[in-house]
Design a protein around this ligand. Structure first.
Ligand code: 4AD
Ligand code: MG
Length: 430
């Protein structure tokens, strides 16, 4: 038995092979059945002819979709067939005859599909998105490793609020009281730069946000970089190079999948340094011209971001937000103490924020005051404040949301399709 993957068919042309997979589609007549088989590596058309087939043809003829099978036959080049090859089947074992599959060709609503996410993951669109996700994450890791970063795995249980105390998932931690699910690995990355210079983490993060938008998940994956001796300007340049690297490599490698998703990649090909830089104040001017009545000191909402990004053909940094709408750790602007040295990176085509980043406050006293001002408990930040006592340096970092970035690359309307099992305000099943 010469077992192989469908993806390996080009190496086996003319030979007899065995493949293991599922019936993704079927068209049958009294004499011949055309099965589309899927094995995880690809799809192929398998032809079963009653005349030459050794087994019970009648069973194959009515084989339900998603039945699992082991098929043997000859690999024949056929340019019209998906993948460019066909399997002329002489033996086919049914591993399990499927019950009627709930997801069919007709349109299903999002709730139905999400309730059946465990089955929906088999559909061609979802397979394509998961492949793009895999490529994206691989290129993210590659970028950091080729730029002298060291991976630091940061904890998920934490007692230090990283971002915003209003959206924490908390739980009882034995006799120690409340701990939280991490919103960010950043604070711990900051500790690691003193030994390793440039570090990154990639893992799940949690936000108990009561937002029901197309951009929000309660559990999402974030990649974060943190760099010693790095100022705001250096931070933006690194992010430009990083985003360009992951976008260009992913669209090059995943061209077939993106075609399947009907994503026009021309706008993505334009992603190259330099990105646009717009100050928060300029962003407000733009919004006012577009009819918004946003006041200085408010954070930009999703709709504001959509308006701005529709005006630019490349990603845009919005720099120097008011201190009061950003996290406590951001470095105070040297000329404008009411602002911080930070930037959000907004993806074009209406997608909005994919990165939040900043230079960090490296002065002990200013940081302590910020902690007090934001009504955080300084006791819990003892270790974090320590970092400003022993060889403090200018340092900066950023965090990129994998799902938002993937939804931009794939051209999806909602982040819920970018993660295998989405967790949202009203969904924790399956
Ligand atoms: O802007 P955020 O909150 O920044 C941080 O957490 C910093 N500590 C990062 C750092 O400087 N190391 O989140 C970063 C990114 C956002 O730009 C967005 O892409 C994503 O994480 N994100 C979410 N994605 C999906 N659902 C949510 N609820 C998200 N919240 C943030
Ligand atoms: Mg943010």
């Amino acid at each position: 038995m010469n077992e192989c993957l469908i993806a390996e068919f080009p190496l086996h042309e003319g030979k007899t092979v065995t493949i293991k997979g599922w019936v993704a589609n079927r068209r049958s007549s009294g004499k011949v059945s055309f099965l589309i088989l899927r094995d995880g590596s690809g799809i192929c058309q398998a032809i079963v002819e009653r005349e030459t087939f050794a087994g019970p043809y009648e069973e194959i003829k009515k084989l339900p979709l998603e039945s699992s099978v082991i098929a043997s036959g000859r690999v024949v080049a056929e340019s019209r067939s998906p993948g460019g090859f066909e399997l002329h089947v002489d033996g086919l074992d049914i591993v399990q005859k499927s019950e009627e599959f709930p997801i069919g060709k007709k349109e299903h609503g999002p709730d139905f599909l999400l309730n059946n996410r465990h089955l929906w993951l088999r559909s061609p669109r979802q397979i394509a998105i998961m492949r793009v996700r895999d490529a994206l994450v691989r290129h993210v890791r590659e970028f950091f490793h080729t730029n002298n970063f060291t991976l630091i795995d940061t904890p998920i249980f934490t007692t230090t609020v990283g971002e915003d105390s209003s959206n924490l998932f908390s739980l009882d931690y034995f006799d120690l009281g409340k701990t939280y699910l991490s919103q960010t690995g950043q604070l711990y990355l900051e500790a690691a730069i003193f030994g390793l210079g440039k570090v990154f983490c990639l893992g799940p993060t949690f936000r108990a946000e009561r937002s029901k938008t197309r951009r929000h998940l309660t559990e999402f994956w974030m990649v974060e970089g943190e760099m010693a001796f790095f100022e705001h300007k250096d931070n933006l340049e690194l992010q430009e190079n990083f985003v360009t690297y992951i976008v260009q490599n992913t669209i090059r490698e995943m061209a077939d999948e993106l075609t399947k998703l009907e994503r026009d990649i021309e706008p993505l090909k334009k992603v190259a340094p330099p990105f646009y830089r717009v100050s928060y104040d300029e962003a407000l001017e733009i919004l006012h011209k577009e009819g918004s009545d946003i006041q200085w000191g408010s954070d930009l909402g999703g709709d504001d971001e959509t308006i701005i990004t529709n005006l630019f053909d490349k990603p845009v940094f919005i720099e120097n937000y008011p201190k009061k709408v950003k996290a406590f750790y951001m470095k105070q602007h040297p000329e404008r103490p009411e602002c911080v040295l930070c930037a959000d990176l907004l993806a074009p085509e209406g997608y909005g924020e994919i990165i939040g980043g900043s230079q960090r406050e490296d002065n002990y006293d200013v940081l302590l005051k910020s902690i007090h001002d934001q009504k955080l408990d300084p006791e819990r930040y003892g270790w974090y404040l320590d970092l400003r006592k022993y060889g403090s340096v200018p340092h900066s970092g950023f965090g990129l949301g994998i799902e938002r970035t993937l939804s931009w690359i794939c051209g999806l309307k909602h982040v819920r399709e970018t993660i295998p099992f989405p967790r949202m305000l009203y969904r924790a099943y399956p």
